[in-house]
Design a protein around this ligand. Structure first.
Ligand SMILES: *Cc1c(COP(=O)(O)O)cnc(C)c1O
Length: 410
């Protein structure tokens, strides 16, 4: 029998604690006006996860609307070419809307209804979370407003069009760097004035408690299915599991059910961008320092005065100066190893996977695959490495072409 994702054995069931802390990380750094809404969300979520009717509704949606379980696929030609451990992909790219984000937006849309709220807001960077939120809202008939940096609206026009077609209103954000972090600020500002009737569907395992735990739990189906599929196929667990880390939701969902299985190494992959100079990458865990960003205490890329650094990654979904607090805890305790993958490695991997496997992976996922290959090379042929293929790469095709012609010209 497949286990429910909420049965995931926690290494430490007390985490987060009642203050939303994963060790020293997490918590709630928000204005008073939001505390009540966060308390309400936490209470409703705790009721929902113990309500068989809620769990059944979510299960049916994930099966019939999203297409779960997602397959676990043996990348045979890639494995032969690599010459190390077997490489398997957990195919979140074949979900409806093409990535893992829908797992969490459907769960949160159901919670919105349970709380009797009638309006949804969200932030988005590349537009993937915006599309997944607009999709969930169209499915339930909920009005949806998506905050998106003006710069990102320009760069991600196909996603902007999809959101509008599904009835979402896009509000371009013109403050700061006009990208994801400014969109989160604007969404939080909206929420402060609208909490009575509005739920904020946050896109990753970031933000104030209880968001990191709710999003992790909704994404934990990735790791649960991987465990079931590994037991079925191999009669045992994989020898290593790899996932990319932006805010950290696909990785948290993949890793969480494995965290208690301490003999399975877990590897998170951050965006190494151009190089390790501040502003040129988005590796918060590798190069950041603990600080507060968007209502949570976690590793943040910041300067000596505590100003948040600019960030860069070729992949818009990894381009974030912070990371979820549970990842900070896993880094600090050593349970997860974090590596950093540069733009050029990710682009070369995208190219190789397209040609050897007939799959266009998202640029985000290409970071995970690049390091998955590295891990496979460190291991024997009879070992198994599972990489979370978090999303499809069609959205990246134009940008990849632009970068390739830039490179060819130089
Ligand atoms: C958004 C996104 C990511 C990064 O977000 P996480 O919260 O770190 O998972 C990774 N891959 C894809 C395909 C995405 O759309």
């Amino acid at each position: 029998m497949p286990t429910s994702f909420l049965d995931a054995p926690s290494p430490d069931a007390s985490l987060p604690d009642e203050n939303g802390r994963f060790g020293e990380f997490g918590g709630r750094y928000v204005p008073e006006t939001l505390v009540q809404a966060l308390d309400q969300l936490e209470a409703e979520y705790n009721k929902a996860k113990n309500d068989p009717e809620f769990m059944e509704q979510l299960k049916v949606l994930l099966r019939d609307f999203v297409g779960r379980p997602s397959p676990m696929y043996f990348a045979k030609r890639l494995t032969e070419q690599t010459g190390g451990a077997q490489i398997w992909f957990k195919r979140e790219d074949v979900n409806h809307t093409g990535a893992h984000k829908i797992n969490s937006t459907l769960g949160q849309a159901l919670l919105t209804q349970r709380m009797g709220k009638t309006r949804v807001i969200a932030e988005t960077g590349a537009g993937q979370h915006g599309v997944a939120t607009a999709t969930a809202c169209a499915h339930f008939g909920l009005p949806c407003v998506v905050y998106m940096g003006e710069e990102d609206v320009r760069r991600q026009s196909p996603n902007v069009q999809s959101m509008r077609m599904m009835g979402a209103e896009i509000r371009p954000v013109t403050t700061g760097s006009r990208t994801l972090r400014d969109a989160v600020n604007e969404a939080m500002r909206d929420w402060m004035g609208s909490v009575e009737n509005t739920h904020y569907i946050l896109g990753s395992v970031v933000g104030p408690h209880p968001f990191p735990v709710i999003v992790r739990d909704f994404q934990a189906i990735i790791g649960e299915e991987t465990i079931d599929q590994s037991m079925e196929r191999f009669g045992r667990l994989p020898d290593a599991v790899v996932a990319c880390v932006g805010g950290g939701s696909n990785a948290a969902g993949m890793f969480f059910p494995f965290v208690a299985r301490t003999d399975v190494p877990l590897i998170g992959v951050e965006a190494g961008g151009h190089n390790d100079t501040p502003g040129q990458h988005a590796s918060s865990l590798t190069y950041g320092r603990p600080g507060v960003l968007h209502g949570s205490f976690s590793y943040v890329l910041q300067d000596d005065d505590g100003q948040t650094d600019d960030v860069h990654s070729a992949s818009a979904g990894l381009d974030y100066p912070g990371v979820g607090p549970e990842h900070s805890h896993w880094k600090k305790t050593g349970r997860v190893e974090y590596r950093s993958c540069r733009d050029d490695e990710a682009l070369a991997t995208f190219d190789m996977i397209a040609k050897t496997e007939g799959i266009l992976p998202a640029l985000e996922s290409s970071h995970a695959i690049a390091k998955g290959i590295e891990v496979a090379k460190e291991r024997n042929k009879d070992e198994i490495v599972v990489v979370c293929l978090s999303g499809r790469g069609d959205k990246d095709a134009a940008e990849i072409q632009r970068l390739q012609s830039e490179r060819d010209a130089s």
